[in-house]
Design a protein around this ligand. Structure first.
Ligand SMILES: Cc1cc2nc3c(=O)[nH]c(=O)nc-3n(C[C@H](O)[C@H](O)[C@H](O)COP(=O)(O)OP(=O)(O)OC[C@H]3O[C@@H](n4cnc5c(N)ncnc54)[C@H](O)[C@@H]3O)c2cc1C
Length: 458
């Protein structure tokens, strides 16, 4: 860092309660760390604003010095950021307020809030947000990217249940957007990602979930082809009240993992049914007829939905990537099992088929930039990267799996399941991308904000 900038950083620091760390500072290594431990982020500066006013300070500081700004909640998707050169990484982790308005069935959260901090208190009122499978994913990053939840085939994408968003724009203004205020910006933020400002707070719908039947069924992965073929056929007629995922799983032999699954390989189906246990049992009967070795589906409080997928609940090193798949033929299942199932030698922790359709496939009347999810499955492949060699093997195998499934590619990527730098044209139809670029030109013409999946002014 040059001397002039070092003096300015001192000045910024003196105006903030939150941390400001530059390379060489003692705090730098700690605060630059992403949730994905395999990613070595080295920004010009890291700022952790304690208030919205401090977010404004940081944005003005960066813009005036020709630095860029990368907002980050947790760093679950840090691997997609192409570079942080000349960039202030703004961690929103201190903006942590959560308000649950149970009678109004809505929640308001600060930008650093994790899903578990909403699902738990909402569940006490028999309510549920459209949260993802993992308790420690950030509400804001997830929702800006779309948001596939266990209630999604009933209620659609999380982005389309957002009621209002507050953000700091490139010119340092604090803006509140909703359907009546700055509606184009509101539209862009709901599924268009983090290119338009630093979101400081978000408000969204909580849905009634008094009765939820959820869990997982597991079979030894030698049954993968049979189970996945039956699953894909079952998905074609499953009601919207159920949202599920099917995976080929290689559970690591870690001591904290319960003994019946530790170190074993499975084909697993998990998910949630919104409704009574009796109705759920009827819907799940064709899968139960396949006689799972372990069946954990049961009536649960809505808060339990954050744990049924058994996602890691703390930072881990991983490499993964995804795509959207069309309906899968028997040949597609056979190809997937060949490349990621028994005998494949796959180093991956899992490959996943996340069930789409239902309300995911139908744009609601007032939708954002991501109107709907086309295709039948959101696909994701991931492995742990405990060291460089393992990381390289995982990356190569993720490529191999994705190439194998290319024949069933639905032709679009999903922001949240894309963990590599990508072309924005991969995510949006042409008309949507042009409209997003117009919003970018209006609100951030100098491209101050650097998103994981950037939309540029075009
Ligand atoms: C274990 C695991 C489970 C997952 N489960 C699901 C799931 O069930 N459904 C699903 O849809 N996705 C899921 N995902 C993907 C997840 O939604 C994305 O990784 C998402 O980007 C994470 O958001 P984050 O804020 O936690 O991550 P971050 O990496 O912090 O944020 C991602 C991007 O969002 C933008 N952003 C974040 N905060 C702000 C802000 N305040 N202002 C402006 N832009 C911001 C930035 O561009 C940032 O680069 C999962 C990921 C993992 C690793």
């Amino acid at each position: 860092m040059d001397n002039a900038l070092a003096v300015d950083v001192e000045e910024l620091r003196s105006r903030m309660e939150g941390t400001v760390a530059a390379p060489g500072d003692r705090a730098y290594d700690e605060v630059r760390q992403a949730w994905n431990l395999a990613i070595d982020q080295r920004p010009a500066l890291v700022a952790v604003p304690a208030t919205v006013a401090e977010v404004v300070e940081v944005v003005n500081f960066a813009r005036e010095r020709g630095l860029r700004v990368a907002p980050q909640g947790t760093g679950h998707n840090a691997s997609a950021i192409a570079t942080l050169d000349g960039t202030v990484l703004v961690k929103t982790s201190a903006l942590r307020e959560v308000e649950i308005d149970a009678p109004g069935r809505r929640a308001r959260v600060g930008a650093g809030v994790l899903w578990a901090e909403v699902t738990r208190p909402a569940s006490e009122h028999g309510l549920a947000p459209l949260a993802g499978s993992s308790p420690d994913v950030g509400v804001v990053g997830y929702t800006l990217g779309g948001g596939l939840s266990w209630l999604g085939r009933r209620h659609g994408l999380a982005a389309n249940s957002v009621l209002a968003i507050e953000l700091v724009t490139a010119d340092g203004r604090v803006v509140r957007t909703d359907r009546d205020h700055e509606p184009e910006l509101f539209w862009a933020l709901r599924g268009g990602g983090g290119s338009f400002g630093i979101v400081t707070a978000m408000e969204f719908v909580l849905y009634p979930a008094p009765e939820v039947y959820a869990g997982a069924m597991l079979w030894p992965w030698e049954q993968a082809t049979e189970v996945l073929k039956a699953y894909v056929a079952w998905c074609r007629t499953a009601p919207d009240a159920i949202s599920t995922s099917a995976r080929l799983l290689q559970v690591p032999p870690l001591p904290e993992i319960p003994e019946p699954v530790r170190g074993r390989q499975f084909v697993a189906i998990d998910g949630a049914y919104l409704g009574s246990a009796e109705a759920a049992a009827e819907v799940l009967a064709p899968l139960r007829a396949l006689e799972p070795e372990i069946d954990m589906f049961a009536p649960v409080p809505a808060a339990a939905l954050s744990h049924i997928h058994m996602d890691p609940e703390h930072p881990v090193p991983a490499h993964g990537d995804g795509m959207i798949l069309d309906d899968l033929t028997p040949a597609a299942i056979e190809a997937l099992v060949r490349v990621a199932g028994p005998g494949s030698g796959s180093p991956l922790l899992m490959v996943e088929l996340r069930q789409l359709g239902g309300a995911f496939a139908t744009p609601p009347a007032e939708h954002g930039a991501l109107a709907k999810m086309s295709g039948s499955f959101a696909f994701f492949a991931v492995g742990m990267a405990m060291d460089e060699a393992m990381g390289a093997a995982v990356t190569a195998h993720v490529d191999h799996v994705i190439e194998t499934m290319d024949a069933w590619d639905a032709g679009r990527r999903y922001l949240n399941f894309t963990e590599r730098p990508s072309d924005p044209g991969a995510f949006f139809p042409e008309g949507t991308l042009r409209r997003l670029q117009a919003v970018k030109r209006a609100y951030d013409p100098a491209d101050v904000f650097r998103a994981n999946h950037p939309v540029t002014a075009g």
